[in-house]
Design a protein. Structure first.
Lengths: 205, 77
């Protein structure tokens, strides 16, 4: 199936989009990080900071799969650790509402898996999300990540202390599931829906 | 394939939205509850009920529920 989106390095033309997204409080409500309004200058600096390769982190602009390659969101890895062969899935954020089709989200996660396990040849990827974010938790479980634990009330956001869920996937698990065809789109969608239905029945835990 | 059946299936995907407000003319992306997860639920519903696999382009080109219905219908026929 044709990719919905492509991934590229950040460019100067992305600043306006980043400025809009960083000042969208509703959009930022879903993330683990703290929200604060950005000035345009901060957006410029943020984009510049995301450009290129860095030792411990890496950002990609998620862009349209056409000649324009217009930015619609971004993804990133942080805590890239070459000793322990581990990286943190730091962000998957789709700012363009037309690309909140679910398929883009799946492609972003698969891209990060592929980069960590097949390009870097690392052993582990992990992620964290707010406990309330059942969509993110459903995605993690549907991708065969193991829930490692809960950092209780570790993030103050949306006017309350939030539990944060940690999950991870290991290289051997990734390749096993990939070989078994479990990362085909249809199978992933089916598991996400099933997992989310379970969360609705049992919201906590 | 009837649009009212499609709308009824469409309504089943939502939990928090007042489904009585949903109609063929609803601009679904404007719904408060709309999210990537809801979009995936719609894709799964269409696959299950109509044996049609929607792509990202299909989802993006549709504005209203009726637009989505017409896309699905064109793929069924």
């Amino acid at each position: 199936m044709a990719q919905t989106v492509l991934f590229r390095d950040f460019e100067e033309r992305d600043v306006d989009f980043i400025y809009r997204c960083k000042n969208d409080e509703k959009l930022n409500r879903l993330t683990v990080g703290q929200y604060h309004p950005f000035t345009y200058e901060e957006a410029v600096n943020w984009v510049h900071g995301c450009m290129g390769e860095h030792k411990s982190f890496r950002f990609w602009a998620v862009c349209t799969n056409d000649d324009e390659k217009r930015i619609v969101g971004w993804i990133s890895l942080s805590k890239i650790d070459s000793i322990n062969k581990s990286a943190c899935m730091h962000s998957v954020l789709i700012g363009d509402e037309k690309y909140r089709d679910g398929l883009t989200w799946i492609e972003c996660v698969l891209f990060l898996y592929e980069y960590v396990f097949e390009v870097l040849d690392y052993n582990r990827i992990y992620g964290l999300c707010l406990e309330d974010q059942t969509a993110s938790r459903s995605m993690a479980i549907a991708m065969f990540e193991t829930i490692e634990g809960v950092a209780r009330q570790s993030v103050y956001k949306n006017n309350k202390f939030n539990n944060v869920i940690y999950s991870s996937l290991l290289k051997e698990e990734y390749f096993q599931h990939k070989q078994n065809g479990e990362y085909k789109l249809k199978k992933i969608i089916s598991r996400i829906i099933k997992t989310n239905t379970e969360f609705k029945k049992h919201p906590v835990g | 394939m009837e649009i009212q059946d499609f709308i009824n299936h469409f309504k089943d995907v939502f939990d928090e939205t007042d489904v009585n407000t949903l109609s063929a003319n609803t601009i679904f992306r404007n719904l408060e509850e709309w999210s990537s997860l809801i979009a995936l639920s719609i894709i799964a519903m269409v696959d299950e009920e109509y044996d049609v696999q929607l792509k990202g382009d299909d989802m993006r080109s549709a504005i209203t529920v009726e637009d989505l219905f017409n896309i699905v219908k064109s793929k069924v026929e």
